[in-house]
Design a protein around this ligand. Sequence first.
Ligand code: AMP
Ligand code: GLY
Length: 436
Amino acid sequence: MNTKEAKVMIIGSGGREDALLGELRLSSQVGDIYVAPGNGGSDRFPDTARIQVDIKNVRQTIEAAQDLGVNLVVVGPEEPLVLGIIDELQEVGISGYGPTKAAAQLEGSKAYAVEFMQVEGIPHPESHTFSDFDRAVDFTRQPPWTYKPNSGVVVKADGLAAGKGVFVCAHFDEAYDALRRLMVLEEFGKVGKQVIVQEKLSGYEASVMAIVNGTDYILMPTTEDHKQSLDGDRGKNTGGMGVDAPHPLITPELEREIATHVIDPILYGLQKRGITAKGTLYPGIMVTETGFSVLEINFRFGAPETEAILSLFQGDLYKVFDWVVNGSRRPEVSFNTRSCIVVSLVSGGYPETYQKGLPIYGLDQIHGSDARIYHAGTERNTDGTCKTVGGRVFSIAGLGENREVARNNAYGVIGPQGIHFENMHYRTDIGKRHLE
Ligand code: AMP
Ligand code: GLY
């Protein structure tokens, strides 16, 4: 493709998609760029147009891409991937970045992922799948691993539940309650009718992401996500409250070992099954006293990990996607060795109920600092100002020569003198426990 000829459409509306947009528009090959549906930040770039589609309606989304003459569709969220948007794009001759429906099953069904990992010898917690409530309860009352120290159980809805279908339980009573909510009350609909009951592990977590082209991959720096809503890893599990990158505890040796024992066998296992493996493979890892274990396999960019990774990325992201989807030459890619701290600004109450429509202040106060502002749950008012429309409202990425400077740069733009809105909440401890 010649200079600035590519027409790209990004699917999604969060901070992850805002980071993808920010990076793709810098490509020497990208001309027009569309975000479907995008957020209040997308149109701060004059070369970007927002397209209003329901991204769970795959047909409608593809028709919009066809009408615009798009060459490449980059899919952020998991739902359209699991629904098969990549396969359907292929049918109409448009390249899509992401896994096919068959490959996306690794994320779409936790039972499938566990079975896959069992067959391929990928380390994972002991897990059992149930679709009968009574049998699940009987098993959970006395699971085979109760003799182990720190024992407990984790109950997970099999299907996609936007990060809310996982219950980490210290006691049987909690697990019983989780099983009842999923299987009897069907609080998550049919995605919870089948569950997996899993051994609870203790350790620290790591997000590993690799851009895979079927046989080869670009491993990105490992990052540390912070899932709980409150400082000190307390409170409810969320989609992600902040990121420390690169991961403070993962050595290059451990990173290579994880790649060899997790990424390689996933690629091999998919090839063996005749399934094309393209997109961002993102296993969630827990490092325990005895080794590492895969808690889940995602097949998409993580959020807010992507905001951190792309703040450090050096290269042409379009060329990376072109390598994956069209088999062009593998591009040169590197990652800045600086530190990056990402802080999610959320609406008070998230991940449960929260207010929407709150005016956002201070966006115009941020000039030339080492902080990047990624919009997530924002929308623009007719007068150009912004308001909140979602739980996670911004991802603020601070960069610096070390973690402390990166933290100062991120936190320095948050608050009464910087970005703020009523009932704003954020964790104050991202990167803090690993200060040099
Ligand atoms: P998942 O969506 O499966 O990664 O689970 C969400 C979060 O629940 C993870 O990031 C962990 O914090 C926690 N979790 C999941 N599985 C386990 C497990 N087997 N042991 C301990 N914590 C877990
Ligand atoms: N950071 C968690 C996720 O993207 O699933």
